[in-house]
Each structure stands twice: as C-alpha cells, then as structure tokens.
Design a protein around this ligand. Structure first.
Ligand code: SF4
Ligand code: SF4
Length: 396
C-alpha cells in the first residue's frame, strides 16, 4: 500500500503577517470541526464544494491555496450561522479578497467593475445621467429635509436593471399610498459602495462610505429607506449609522405601516405564495418577520414555507459580488431554490431583493418551473391592492 501524498507547507512569517492583517485574525477561533464545509451551498451543485474548514486553517497559518474558494463564496453567512465558535467566515473570505487586490491577483474583469463605479457611479457601467430614468412619469421630488421624512435610496440595480426598475416603481406606489413624505437624490444618487465591499476592496469601500456620510449629512438625511437588502446592509456599516442616520429596508417600513393601520390590502384571489429570505436580511440582519407580517395582512394569500426558510434560507447565489462573476448553469443555487419553491405548490415565489429576483427568475427558468411567478414583495403589495388609510399627499 502506498502512503498518501501530502502537500508540503511552506511557512513564511511575512506572509502570515499579511494574511493576519487582511483577515483581522478572525479565523483564529476556528477549531476545525468542519461544520462550515458541510453547510456551504456549494455542496448542493455540480461544481466542487468549497473546503471552508481548509480555508480557515490556511488563514490561520498564513498559507496560500484559498484563492478560488474566496472568490466563489457568496458571503451568504450559512456557514457562520452554524459555526460553534462564531467565526465570521464571510469576513475572513472578504479579508482574503482584499489581500488579492493588494497583491494584484484579483480575477481579471473585476477591476472593471470598480472602475465603472469610479467613472460612472455604478457597477454596471451605465451613464450617471440615466440614473433616474426608471422614474420617468412618476414626478418624484428631489429629497428636501425640510419636507421629507425619508430618503428613498433606489440603488444601482433597481435604477438601471429593467427588472429592478419595476420594483423601484412598486416601492414608490407603496410610499405614496401610505402618505410617507419622501424624495430621492435622482441622478445625484451615489453608489452605496456595496460592490466594492462585497468584492473585498475594503479600502475603496471605506472611501465611498466616508464621502457618502458627508453627503448624507449635508442633505440633512436622518432616515434612508432602501429597495435592496444589500444597500441596507452597506449603509448600516457606515460610520455614523444608527446615530447620524438610520437605514431601513423598505419591507421594515411597510411592516410598520401595516401595523399602524396606514396600509391595508384589498386582497388577492385565493393563491399560495412562498417566501425566499434574502441572506442579507434573514441572516446578516436577523430580519425574517417583516415580509411575513406584510404577506399575512393580504386577504386571500396563503403563505406556504419552504423547508429552508428564515435564517436557514438557501442563498440565491447573487451575493458576495457573484453578480459580477460567471456561474455555470449547473452551479447556480437559484435552480435548486426554484425547485424547492415549486415543491410547495405555490404560484408565487416572493422575495425582497433585486439580486434574488434576477437569480430566482433564471433558476425558475432553468428548473422548468413554469407555474412559478417570481415577485418582489413590493410588486405583490401593489397586486394585492394597497388600500391607504393615510392621505396621499406628502411626497410633493
Ligand atoms: S464551523 Fe467554525 S469552528 Fe468549525 S471548521 Fe468551520 S470555521 Fe472552524
Ligand atoms: S458564506 Fe456561504 S458561500 Fe461562503 S463559505 Fe459560507 S456557506 Fe459557503
């Protein structure tokens, strides 16, 4: 019997220092139980799974061999939710990516995303002058702190992506129906910095966060309502978040409006709907109740849960900057997710994130789940006939 070939490991103090600084030493608590590897959704698809435990060990020792895994991670947080030592695994992955940027080994093409943010103010390389084209005909006022309680932050995807634009317009309908005084920054709206952070370029993200914090203060913004959970998460990480201003995802505001009796629904014809929890609400912000509270207020709608729901949700595959990386059809988590949704017998697959919508529509198509209609909660709310108890005036 031949002995197994073992990989020679070269320990290098300088390298160890660099890895330790990049990951802030966050992998130190890992005791190599392997729960993370078993949890990671890359184990559900055709491609190789991520050896998460092995990446954590390499981060502890400062040795290479983590690059491919670090760039495949969607930062979904499923692994760290189960980690018995509470290792912030997705932060370690982002730290390793930041090292790759510093060493100029980040995958080709991702630099263009950051340059697009720099030149055009969005990661899609679209003209800044077209940022508010989604709102044509809606007559939305520019934010004015003396008249508006809320800054509606639309975000790059809902501003430029045609599917996302429908979600933004539905959110506007909601706010108007509830009489919420709001405005937007129109073409002056900056990127929140999520693509820079999720691609691991911490230095660039830090610069964007500082600049935007100054801008928000100058505009007199105290409450930001976002269309995307990714923008909500990103603003929540700014210096001054929670003090100088508060960030909310629109589903949280909608929950409050329903609870206060300012929004109610006429209802839908009897229909089953299932809800897909975005990782950046259910896991990174412990928010899974708000959308369910809203859905349960819609007469005629029955919520049927998938086996993996709330903090156990299955990632759509679009987080962690994966929207800007290619994923082969057989490796897309959203296909598995669409199959899970179809298995509930639901007609609607509802979620609250433009990235999830994009991935899940693709997943439903690949899975052949033709009976499933993928909707954002804002669109479902409009479909359910928002009946306002509040005067519709104040955004003018
Ligand atoms: S679950 Fe946590 S402690 Fe266990 S191997 Fe993974 S990172 Fe280490
Ligand atoms: S954060 Fe998600 S994709 Fe990344 S290693 Fe953990 S479970 Fe896998």
């Amino acid at each position: 019997m031949t002995a197994p070939v073992r990989e020679a490991v070269l320990l290098d103090d300088a390298r160890w220092d660099r890895v330790l600084v990049a990951t802030k030493g966050a992998a130190a608590a890992c005791y190599q139980c392997g729960t993370c590897t078993a949890t990671c959704p890359w184990g559900l698809v055709a491609g190789p799974s991520i050896g998460v435990r092995s990446v954590m060990r390499r981060a502890q020792l400062g040795i290479d061999g983590w690059a491919e895994a670090a760039w495949r991670c969607t930062t979904c947080g499923a692994c760290e939710a189960r980690c018995p030592h509470e290792v912030p695994i997705s932060e370690v992955m982002l730290g390793l990516r930041s090292l790759a940027w510093a060493e100029r080994t980040a995958p080709q093409g991702l630099g263009n995303v950051l340059w697009d943010m720099h030149w055009d103010g969005n990661p899609w390389g679209r003209p800044p002058s077209a940022r508010s084209a989604w709102a044509v005909g809606l007559d939305i006022p520019r934010f004015d702190a003396t008249r508006h309680a809320v800054l509606l932050y639309v975000g790059c995807t809902a501003s430029y992506d045609r599917r996302g634009q429908k979600i933004a317009r539905a959110v506007v309908s909601l706010l108007r129906s509830a009489g919420v005084p709001f405005g937007t920054l129109a073409d002056d709206e900056p990127c929140c910095g999520d693509p820079a952070r999720s691609l691991g370029n911490e230095a660039y993200f830090g610069r964007i966060a500082r600049e935007n914090t100054v801008r928000l203060a100058a505009e007199g913004v105290t409450d930001i309502v976002t269309v995307s959970p990714h923008c909500y998460d990103t603003f929540s990480r700014y210096p001054g978040a929670g003090e100088a201003f508060r960030a909310h995802h629109y589903s949280q505001l909608l929950r409050d409006l329903v609870a206060e009796g300012k929004v109610s629904f006429a209802g839908v014809d009897a229909v089953n709907a299932t809800f897909h929890d975005p990782c950046y609400l259910a896991r990174h912000h412990d928010e899974s109740e708000a959308p369910r509270t809203v859905m349960s207020a819609m007469p005629g709608l029955a919520l049927v849960e998938m086996e993996r729901s709330r903090e156990e949700t299955l990632c759509c595959g679009g987080g962690g900057g994966r929207m800007w990386m290619e994923t082969a059809p057989e490796d897309r988590f959203a296909t598995a997710r669409a199959r899970e949704a179809a298995a509930t017998g639901a007609s609607y697959l509802v979620t609250t994130c433009p990235h999830c919508i994009s991935c899940l529509e693709d997943g439903a198509s690949v899975a052949g789940a033709r009976q499933l209609k993928v909707l954002d909660l804002a669109e479902l709310s409009v479909l359910a006939g928002i009946a306002s108890a509040a005067p519709t005036e104040a955004d003018q």
